[in-house]
Design a protein around this ligand. Structure first.
Ligand code: F6R
Length: 366
């Protein structure tokens, strides 16, 4: 049931403040400064001993994995590798009992992800799942796991499942970081507290819907689009580009902003919208100079900025604000306007946003 919404995708975008909260409810306990992931209890000693964590997924789930990699390496200080399931399963990866492999899948039925899971299991690795569909193949065949509590996702383009996956990965990274003694108590507390505030801040982002719709009007006829971000926001740039291409059929590419000079800058002209995820963080100065480079070549910059940012308001063609947050949690906020932008552009182009051509919700064949 779509309720008051015109499409499932829009409904699911709007559900995110609630679904993120559902995903951490009962698990994130700021008052006890403890994160409880019941599903991992029995295997936690093995996770602690793992020499490496590998995260495997496809599409949007793979983007969530990249954010998990950044968090796990920064805070838990464990080496992490992220793999496309379709590559991992065929490329003879080195795997041992000392590896913990996390499989991320909304549906829990993706053929490549399941095949990768069987391979990792065969090699004796600890296999864990982050999955949305209760009782799915993935949830049955992993040693242990954590459910995302996003609820049923009907729109083919994944939205609320993504933010729920990132929420689980955040809790997992913080729990492991604390257990390993690799994060200071103060920073840990701050992150836990900030995560608990994301739903409220997410609601504020969604209030910009009208402004985002106006930006969509301006760029709806674009043929190509570029998305740039750095650090935790690089995977968000990839995800923004994927959302746009899959539902509006505009060719879009996501790039780490620092890579721009190594190729994609050649694309920039006065026809190219460049979406830059540029909140106030340690990379701010770097990303501002990337924006200047795009502007110097007459590209149109749509900047996602931290509330109150003045500099970029003058520099960018369009600005969409998100509330201030811890840099590691910014993906949960920054992805929301990108989902809405893709939604409105697709709608204005007359596309079927809930059921884009050639795509299936659950990819059960490779
Ligand atoms: C993108 C999208 C796909 C899925 C991918 C993996 O919006 O929905 O890229 O993320 O097919 O699906 P799951 O997570 O079910 O394994």
């Amino acid at each position: 049931d779509k309720g008051d919404f015109e499409h499932f995708m829009l409904k699911e975008i709007y559900e995110q403040p609630k679904t993120i909260e559902e995903t951490f409810r009962g698990r994130l306990k700021p008052e006890y400064s403890e994160i409880v992931l019941g599903g991992l209890l029995n295997v936690f000693p093995r996770i602690m001993e793992a020499e490496r964590i590998v995260i495997v997924g496809c599409g949007t789930s793979w983007h969530a994995a990249l954010i998990g990699e950044y968090m796990l390496e920064e805070y838990a200080r464990v080496p992490v590798e992220v793999e496309y399931a379709s590559e991992f399963r065929y490329r003879k990866p080195v795997l041992t009992e000392k590896d913990a492999v996390i499989f991320i899948s909304q549906s829990g039925e993706t053929a490549d992800t399941m095949a990768a899971l069987h391979l990792a299991k065969e090699k004796g690795a600890l296999v864990l799942g982050i999955c949305n569909v209760v009782g799915s193949s993935l949830s049955r065949e992993t040693d242990a796991g954590v459910y995302t509590h996003a609820g049923v996702e009907i729109g083919v383009a994944s939205t609320k499942a993504f933010t729920a996956q990132v929420t689980v990965l955040t809790m997992f990274a913080l729990k492991l970081a604390k257990a390993k003694g690799n994060i200071g108590e103060e920073e840990y507390q701050e992150l836990v507290k900030e995560l608990s505030q994301i739903p409220e801040k997410g609601k504020q982002v969604l209030e910009n819907n009208e402004a985002i719709k106006q930006v969509a009007e301006k760029y709806k006829d674009a043929v190509n689009a570029l998305y740039l971000g750095r650090g935790y926001l690089f995977p968000v740039a990839l995800e923004g580009a994927l959302k746009l291409k899959e539902i509006s059929y505009i060719h879009a590419e996501g790039y780490a902003a620092g890579e721009m000079k190594h190729g994609p800058i050649a694309l920039v002209d006065d026809n190219l919208p460049v979406v830059v995820v540029a909140p106030h963080d340690a990379y701010y100065e770097k990303i501002v100079s990337n924006i200047q480079e795009v502007k110097a070549r007459k590209g149109n910059v749509i900047a996602i900025v931290t509330e109150g940012d003045k500099g970029l308001k003058e520099m960018a063609n369009d600005v969409i604000e998100i509330p201030k947050s811890h840099p590691a949690l910014a993906p949960l906020l920054a992805v929301l306007p990108l989902q809405l932008l893709a939604y409105h552009i697709a709608l204005l182009r007359g596309c079927n946003v809930d059921q884009p051509r050639n795509l299936a919700k659950s990819v059960t064949v490779e």
